[in-house]
Write a protein that binds this ligand. Structure first.
Ligand SMILES: *Cc1c(COP(=O)(O)O)cnc(C)c1O
Length: 492
C-alpha cells in the first residue's frame, strides 16, 4: 500500500518544505540593499554613547533569498483557503473575500474611536444595525458587540447573571453545566466566582429534565447550556429545561458558538434562553484559527439589558450617539467598541446573504454533517447514532483492535490533503473524532473525505500508525512544545 495516497490533494503541499531558519541561510557579506558609508555619515554622533553596537549578528541574504524564504513560510501552513478543514466545534467555513474588501475600505480603516461622533456615523450605524440583526437571529432584545471572543462573551454573560441576582438581593453562587458543555463554560463561571455543578448527560447524549430538576435549588444562579451541545446534538427538552430553571428563579445562559446549526431556522430566545453569546469568527464568517482577533457578541432578554456593558450606541433624532449612563451596567469589557473590523466582516456577510441565505447556510451545514455521519457510520463507530446538527462525533472503537487510535487516523488524513478533525473532544466520548464539514464544501470534497476515511480504515496498521508520511515533520512532541517552547533562535 502506497504511503502517499493517489487521492492526496495538493492542499497540504506546503507542508513538504523543510525550511531552515533565516539565521541558517545566506553568507557573509550578502545584502539586499546597498547603503554606502557616505550616505549615513555622521550617524555615530547622532546616538548617545553606549547605544552604538559595533556588530549585530543578523542574517546576511540577497533580496530573492529573503522573498523566497518568507513566501515559502507563508505556504508552510494549512488553511481554509487551501483545503478542507473539518475541525469540529470550530466552524472553519470559507470566509468570502468580499468581507475583507469591505472591512478594508478607507472609511473604516482610517477612522479613530476618539473622533467626533458626527464623523463616525457610518461606523456607529454598522454597530447599531449589526446588533439589531444578531438580536433578530437569536431572538434576544439587546446585544453588545464588545466581547473579543466566545469565551469573553461567556464571561460578560456570567458577570451579568451575577449582577442581576445581586441587584435583586439574592445570593446564588452555583451554576449547573452539563458534562457535554464546552470547556470554556466552567472556566468562565469560575472566573466570576461561581461554583460549578456538573450535570451528567443521559444515554441519548442529552440533558434530561429529571437530571436538572433534582439539582435546581434556590442557590443556583443559572443553567449554562451549549445547544446544540458538543456532541452536535440538539437539546430536545430545552423548553422543559428552561421552564424548570425559571420556576426556581434561575437564568438560562446558552453558549451559542454553535449557531451555525440554528441560524435563520430556530431562535434560542424563543426557547426560554435569557442570555446567549455568538462567535462571529465561526458562524458569521470572519477568519479565525490563527489566534487573530475574533468577536463574541452577547445577546440578552430585556430584563438583563440594563446590565450590559456601556457605552451603547443609540439612535436618536440627530443620528447615532453613544450613551454611557447605565447605572446597573457591569462596565466595559473591551477598549472602545470591540474588534471593529471583525464586526464589519460579519455585517457584510449578513447583508450579502440575507435571511434566506443564512437559513440555507444552516440547512446545508446540517445536511453536510448528516451526510458524513450516514456515509461513514458503517466503518467508524458512532457513539450517538441519531440525527445530528452541524457536526458529528465518531470514535476509534472499530479500529482500536488493530492498534489504530484516533490520533493515527487524524495524522493519516494529512497525507490525503485534509486538515485533521477535532480529536479527543468532547471529553465524554472515548477516542472522539469530531467532524464539522460546514456548508461551504461541495459534495465532491465531502466524497473525497469519505473515501479517504474509508481507505484509512483498510490500510496496513503500520502505515497509519506512522503517518503522516508526506509532511516534513510527522509526530511532534506537543507537550514539550507547549511547556518548554524555544522562542529564540540559537545564535550562530
Ligand atoms: C469555540 C467555542 C467557544 C469559545 O470561543 P472562543 O472564541 O475560542 O473563545 C465556546 N463554546 C463553544 C461551544 C465553542 O465552540
Amino acid at each position: 500500500m502506497s504511503e502517499r495516497p493517489d487521492l492526496c490533494s495538493e492542499a497540504s503541499s506546503g507542508l513538504l518544505f523543510r525550511e531552515p531558519l533565516i539565521f541558517e541561510m545566506g553568507a557573509e557579506g550578502r545584502t539586499a540593499v546597498q547603503v554606502s558609508p557616505e550616505e549615513v555619515e555622521g550617524w555615530r554622533e547622532l546616538l548617545p554613547p553606549g547605544y552604538v553596537r559595533e556588530s549585530l549578528p543578523l542574517p546576511e541574504l540577497t533580496e530573492p533569498e529573503v522573498v523566497r524564504h518568507y513566501t515559502r513560510l507563508s505556504q508552510w501552513n494549512f488553511c481554509v483557503d487551501s483545503g478542507f478543514y473539518p475541525l469540529g466545534s470550530c466552524t472553519m467555513k470559507y470566509s468570502p473575500k468580499v468581507n475583507d474588501l469591505v472591512a478594508s475600505l478607507e472609511g473604516f480603516t482610517g477612522i479613530h474611536p476618539y473622533q467626533p461622533l458626527q464623523w463616525i456615523q457610518g461606523a456607529l450605524c454598522v454597530i447599531y444595525e449589526l446588533e439589531e440583526m444578531l438580536a433578530e437571529i437569536t431572538g434576544m432584545d439587546a446585544v453588545t458587540l464588545q466581547p473579543a471572543a466566545g469565551a469573553q462573551g461567556e464571561l460578560t454573560g456570567m458577570l451579568i447573571v451575577k449582577a442581576y441576582h445581586e441587584h435583586r438581593g439574592e445570593k446564588r453562587r452555583k451554576v449547573l453545566i452539563p458534562d457535554s458543555a464546552h470547556g470554556t463554560n466552567p472556566a468562565s463561571c469560575a472566573l466570576c466566582g461561581f461554583e460549578v455543578i456538573q450535570v451528567p448527560s443521559d444515554t441519548r447524549g442529552l440533558l434530561a429534565p429529571e437530571a436538572l430538576e433534582t439539582r435546581m435549588t434556590p442557590e443556583v444562579a443559572a443553567l449554562m447550556l451549549t445547544n446544540p451541545n458538543t456532541l452536535g446534538l440538539f437539546e430536545e427538552d430545552i423548553l422543559e429545561l428552561t421552564r424548570i430553571v425559571h420556576d426556581k428563579g434561575g437564568l438560562v445562559y446558552c453558549d451559542g458558538a454553535n449557531l451555525n446549526a440554528l441560524g435563520g431556522v430556530a431562535r434560542l430566545g424563543d426557547m426560554g434562553v435569557d442570555l446567549v453569546h455568538m462567535n462571529l469568527h465561526k458562524t458569521f464568517s470572519t477568519p479565525h484559527g490563527g489566534g487573530g482577533p475574533g468577536a463574541g457578541p452577547l445577546g440578552v432578554k430585556a430584563h438583563l439589558a440594563p446590565f450590559l456593558p456601556a457605552p451603547r450606541v443609540e439612535k436618536g433624532p440627530n443620528g447615532f450617539a453613544l450613551r454611557e449612563d447605565y447605572p446597573l451596567s457591569i462596565g466595559r469589557v473591551k477598549a472602545f467598541y470591540g474588534h471593529f473590523a471583525v464586526l464589519v466582516r460579519a455585517y457584510t456577510y449578513l447583508l450579502s446573504n440575507g435571511p434566506q441565505g443564512i437559513r440555507e447556510a444552516t440547512e446545508t451545514a446540517v445536511l453536510n454533517a448528516n451526510y458524513l455521519r450516514v456515509r461513514l457510520r458503517d466503518v467508524y463507530h458512532l457513539p450517538y447514532d441519531r440525527i445530528c446538527k452541524h457536526e458529528c462525533v465518531f470514535t476509534d472503537r472499530n479500529q482500536a483492535p488493530k492498534g489504530i487510535r484516533t490520533l493515527d487516523i487524524a495524522k493519516r488524513l494529512m497525507d490525503y490533503g485534509f486538515h485533521p478533525p477535532t480529536i479527543y473532544f468532547p471529553l465524554i466520548v472515548k477516542g472522539a473524532l469530531m467532524v464539522e464539514p460546514t456548508e461551504t464544501e461541495t459534495k465532491e470534497t465531502l466524497d473525497r473525505f469519505i473515501e479517504a476515511m474509508k481507505r484509512i480504515a483498510q490500510e496496513e496498521p503500520e502505515v497509519v500508525r506512522s503517518a503522516p508520511h508526506t509532511t516534513f515533520l510527522a509526530r511532534l512532541d506537543e507537550v514539550s512544545a507547549a511547556r518548554r517552547p524555544v522562542l529564540v533562535a540559537p545564535t550562530p
